[in-house]
Every structure is written in C-alpha cells, then in structure tokens.
Design a protein. Structure first.
Length: 311
C-alpha cells in the first residue's frame, strides 16, 4: 500500500501519548470489526470516546478500555464536541441510524463503504442538516489500524476545512490522503483500487490453478516468483496513465495489443491443457481482441479503457 497523494502532508500519527486532557473527543457509531479497531486506536492515543452500536453488547470491549457507551445515536451525536465518525454496514444503514437526529453544527466523517454517488448525496444530505461532511474510504483491514508501519491509510474527500481541523485525530488510526472536495472521490479511489486488487486476485487464482496439478512444484517458491513479477508489472499503471493523459495510445509501447492478443491464445490453450477453466481471463482477453480487430494492434492497453465504458 502507498499513502502518497497530491496532499503532501499525508501521514500517520504517533499514538504513544495517552494524556486525554488535550485530546479531541471522538464519537463513533458502528462497532463491527473495523469500528472496534478504530475505537481502540483512539482510546490508546488518549482520545475520549463515545460509542453506539445497534447491538449494545458489541460495545463491551471498548467500554472495558475506557469508552462511554450510549443508548441511542441521537444521544451520541448530541454529546459530540469532536468528529462524529460513522462506520456502519452501508449507506442505507447511515440513513436509518441518523433518521431524525439533529446534526446542526456537527462534523460528520463517514467511513462507511459506499459508492461515489452515495458519497455525493450524503454530503448534500449533511449540508441540508447543517453539518460539515467528509467521506472516507479505508485502505486497510482491521489488524492494520493504529499501526503506522503497516502502511494503512484512508482516502478522504469533501470539506477540507473539516479535515484540517481534525487531521491529528483522523491520523491516529491510519494515514490521511485527501483526494479532493468532491465528496464522491474518496469512494471512487477506494473502489477503483479495490477493483484492481480483485483483478489481481483473479490472476493469482488462475496462476495457482495452472500449477496445482504439478505435485513436485514448490508452491512457496512459485508464490515468491509470482509476487515479484506482479510487483514489476505494476509499473505499467504509470505507462497507461501517461497514454490516457496524452491521448497517444502508442506512446512508449513495448508489448503491443496485437502481440498480447496472440500470446493470449497460448494462455487459453495452456489453461485447457492443465484442466483449468479460463473464465477469469477470457473477458479481458475478448476486450483486447476487440480492440485489435478494430485496427489498433499497435497500441498498448489504454484503448481498452474506452471499450469498457458505457458512454
């Protein structure tokens, strides 16, 4: 993971101090695995923490460490003098949880997984209720929270003044990467990166399916080779970005689409020889072949981006 962005002050905090006298209070709604991890990080850093969860028993681990649990979201929000952090199931859960709750003058930080459109609608919804709003996309799993060396971070978008006011507090669980005042951009970055990860997982799964029948093959060594190769190939993201930016889809191309499309035939043939269903590869292979058939065989992959867009 990489927390670099156009925001040059991205960082993670030092949570070594536990003096709560000068620490910003945090109100946290939602205590699933991620919510618990966030709460523990703030408590360890000395932030007074008020928590609410639909199932009250889930607050137990945090109250044992010093958090104050309340019975309703309205009570939690009313008492908030710092950020109100939402870490709920989905956008519908946010609506249900905060239905009728007075948000005037509050700072709402939404770390609930949503879509870009939901992030924008939620920002407008908060503004109508007199609240400032940040949307966030967490690029970490719960064990990474509160441990800066793991590299976890959160994409934030929306009200930058809110972010800067509470930056020190928000940096406690994970690094901060601001991606713009369009409230939908945190979710967009989050889902784009996770979508790329899903494609990578598909490739890894296919690769292991190919080698699985070979009983004398060292899987641990193969995994090391695979991880190294994927790391090297990840640099192609910069090449694709440059081509999309310039509009020259042949710029810097080393392996063109025509060559890749020919190699793809061997990939499919090998899969069948190894009794592997190639369905994890075929959709992208088909898009590449379509672009070649349109006469763009000298390009890199940038031209395939337009093929999979619906507008």
């Amino acid at each position: 993971m990489n927390a670099n962005s156009t925001d040059s002050t991205d960082s993670t905090s030092d949570t070594s101090t536990t003096d709560s006298s000068a620490k910003t209070p945090v109100t946290l709604l939602g205590l699933g695995d991620m919510g618990i991890a966030l709460g523990r990080a703030w408590l360890a850093a000395g932030h007074p923490l008020t928590v609410w969860n639909r199932t009250p028993e889930k607050a137990g681990p945090l109250t044992a460490e010093g958090a104050r649990a309340v019975a309703t979201p309205a009570e939690a929000v009313a008492a908030a003098s710092g950020p109100v952090v939402l870490c709920l199931l989905d956008d519908a859960s946010v609506s249900e949880t905060l239905e009728g709750v007075d948000l005037r003058g509050k700072d709402v930080v939404n770390l609930t997984t949503n879509t870009p459109a939901e992030g924008r609608r939620r920002a407008a919804w908060a503004s109508e209720r007199g609240a400032r709003f940040l949307d966030g996309g967490i690029m970490a799993v719960p064990p990474m929270i509160g441990i800066p060396e793991t590299g976890g971070y959160v994409f934030y978008s929306g009200d930058r003044a809110l972010l800067e006011q509470h930056r020190e507090t928000l940096e406690v669980p994970a690094g901060v990467t601001f991606v713009g005042e369009d409230a939908g951009h945190a979710a967009l970055h989050d889902i784009a990166l996770l979508s790329a990860m899903t494609g990578m997982f598909a490739g890894i799964t296919h690769a292991f399916a190919l080698v699985e029948p070979e009983k004398d093959l060292d899987r641990a060594r193969f995994a090391g080779l695979l991880a190294e190769w994927l790391g090297i190939m990840s640099g192609s993201a910069q090449d694709l970005a440059a081509q999309l930016e310039s509009g020259d889809y042949e710029e810097g191309v080393v392996s063109n689409l025509a060559m890749m499309a020919t190699a793809n035939e061997t990939f499919v043939a090998t899969a069948r020889e190894q009794s592997v269903d190639p369905r994890l590869l075929v959709p992208f292979i088909d898009v590449m072949r379509q672009r070649v058939d349109q006469g763009y065989g000298d390009e890199g992959l940038a031209g395939t981006v337009g093929l999979i867009r619906s507008e």
